[in-house]
Design a protein around this ligand. Structure first.
Ligand code: NAP
Ligand code: MG
Length: 494
């Protein structure tokens, strides 16, 4: 840790308190949680862990800031200006964020700079532009009772938003949640994942510096079972936005049902990636490898099942194996690292457990399937064949660098197998045949489709899932639905 930039040392020394009502405060009951560097398995620092009393204080602050504060009455242009200012500040401190993200998640610093930090800035700028474009409609009444009417809708902010996020892209997830809510005039209580609170806390400092009014954004790291559950169940919350596992998503939906709060969920995936024999394999092979190994497979949209047309099955599998074996595993902060560790010891155990169970069930490991000789929580990029549709490794979200490769010959059978999943987040295909490409787009039950590419994440593209992959869409025009209520007004004018 001694060779870290001094700014990052300062951030680690400072990181700790919760951001509640515009002030940095310790947890009321003194709770803390340790933060680890997955590249070394060593503790980096300790931050405050919110308990139910802190959750309550944060919701009360957000409630007051929404009900009485200036925030939602600011002109949309002023909200745009503040969000744009925040984007500029994050960009000015891009290298600090990249280092924090790399330390906290273990991700290669090169990817943290190019993907996470740049992506977060792009989302802030894109979303800033929505603040003054949340229009309503004028509506000719279909069957007016009598007289003449002018009817119209307006979009108003939904209110206090509880936002609970995971550890795989901590800064990006924080921004995906906070920015559209703020653009709409909502106030926010954000709970980062216990594994990765650092970049959200730094973002909190910049939110203060940018000049957002107190209570508009509250950031409270803490444990899911306590802080997360208390936040989701709080009666002062109007809307819950959650990204994480399908299992916890279900609990969030139950909590929301009790209060009839609005809820959006971005949950797990087990996304099929289809390689046809006619594909440009020089693109399809590295593209399919990136689809799973990016962020060590810890992406909700990972292409974790690859279906390969039989004539090219061996060629594509050995091509992806070569890509996997060429990846340089190493600590996040090493500029040469291409594949970082798994975020936590618990997650590493989960990932290796899925692979070990598959082997016990008769699957074959073509490459990987073990930990390398490195101190942190690393797992080798792994490709598994000879699987059956009912195996857990085919059905469950592994959330690690583990790819299942399956041959296919008949298209209808492929569609049936690709859709034979409780998830529906992403799907994709590699082909030179337009008809096949569009058929796959038509036939896959998923919220995001890729043709001859994968993992294109852009602020303009809505993200979300079919089936148990969630409710609602984030980003793009679709975010307007997540953070606004529609009010219909009827004015008699004769
Ligand atoms: P998780 O438990 O769903 O965590 C997501 C967020 O929810 C975290 O902030 C977590 O807090 C919080 N949380 C946990 N239990 C809660 C509860 N009862 N009420 C309210 N909030 C709660 O995910 P995980 O344990 O980190 O990972 C488990 C699996 O989830 C992974 O193996 C992967 O399959 C999946 N996952 C999916 C995504 C995605 O983007 N779709 C992201 C991450 C994980 P804590 O940090 O304290 O747990
Ligand atoms: Mg958890």
């Amino acid at each position: 840790m001694t060779d870290l930039p001094s700014t990052v040392h300062a951030i680690l020394d400072r990181a700790g308190p919760l951001l509640v009502d515009g002030e940095w405060v310790d947890a009321i009951d003194g709770g803390t949680l340790p933060v680890f560097d997955p590249s070394t398995a060593e503790e980096l620092t300790t931050v405050a862990a919110a308990g139910p009393k802190d959750v309550d204080a944060a919701v009360v602050a957000a409630r007051r800031a929404f009900d009485e504060g200036p925030w939602r009455r600011l002109s949309p242009g002023e909200r745009t200006r503040l969000l744009w200012r925040l984007a500029d500040l994050v960009e000015e401190h891009a290298e600090e964020f990249a280092v924090l993200e790399s330390l906290d998640v273990g991700k290669p610093i090169v990817a943290a700079r190019a993907g996470d930090v740049r992506g977060a800035v792009a989302v802030l700028r894109y979303t800033a532009g929505w603040a003054d474009k949340l229009e309503g409609e004028t509506l000719p009444l279909a069957a007016p009772p009598d007289g003449e009417y002018h009817a119209f809708t307006v979009r108003e902010p939904v209110g206090v938003c509880a936002q609970i996020i995971p550890w795989n892209y901590p800064l990006v997830m924080a921004v995906w949640k906070i920015a559209p809510a703020l653009a709409a005039g909502c106030t926010v209580v954000l709970k980062p994942a216990e594994e990765t609170p650092l970049s959200a806390l730094r973002l909190g400092e910049l939110i203060k510096e940018a000049g957002f009014p107190p209570g508009v954004v509250n950031i409270i790291p803490g444990f899911g079972e306590t802080a997360g559950a208390a936040l989701a169940a709080h009666t002062g919350v109007d809307k819950i936005a959650f990204t994480g596992s399908t299992e916890v998503g279900r609990q969030i939906a139950h909590a929301a049902a009790d209060n009839l709060s609005r809820v959006s969920l971005e949950l797990g995936g087990k996304s099929p990636n289809v390689v046809f024999a006619d594909a440009d394999l020089e693109r399809a092979i590295p593209g399919s490898a990136r689809a799973i190994f990016t962020n060590a497979g810890q992406s909700c949209g990972s292409g974790s099942r690859v279906y390969i047309e039989e004539p090219v099955f061996d060629e594509v599998v050995s091509g992806i194996v070569a890509e996997a074996e060429a990846l340089r595993l190493g600590p996040g902060l090493d500029e040469r690292s291409q594949l970082g560790p798994i975020v936590s010891a618990r997650q590493l155990e989960r990932v290796s457990g899925y692979v070990d169970d598959a082997v016990a069930d008769g699957a074959t490991i073509v490459t990987g399937g073990a930990r390398p000789e490195l101190p942190g929580w690393f797992y080798r990029p792994t490709i598994v064949t000879d699987v059956r549709a009912e195996m857990q490794i085919v059905r469950e979200e592994v959330f690690g660098p583990v790819l299942v490769a399956v041959p296919f010959s008949d298209y209808d059978d492929l569609v049936r197998r690709a859709n034979d999943t409780r998830f529906g987040l992403a799907a994709g295909t590699w082909t030179r045949d337009l008809r096949k490409a569009f058929r796959v787009v038509r036939d896959m039950r998923a919220g995001r489709l890729y043709v001859n590419c994968w993992s294109v994440i852009d602020p303009a593209l809505p993200v979300g899932g079919f089936k148990e992959s969630g409710w609602g869409r984030e980003m793009g025009r679709a975010v307007r639905e997540l953070y606004t209520e529609v009010k219909a007004a009827c004015v008699r004018i004769d």
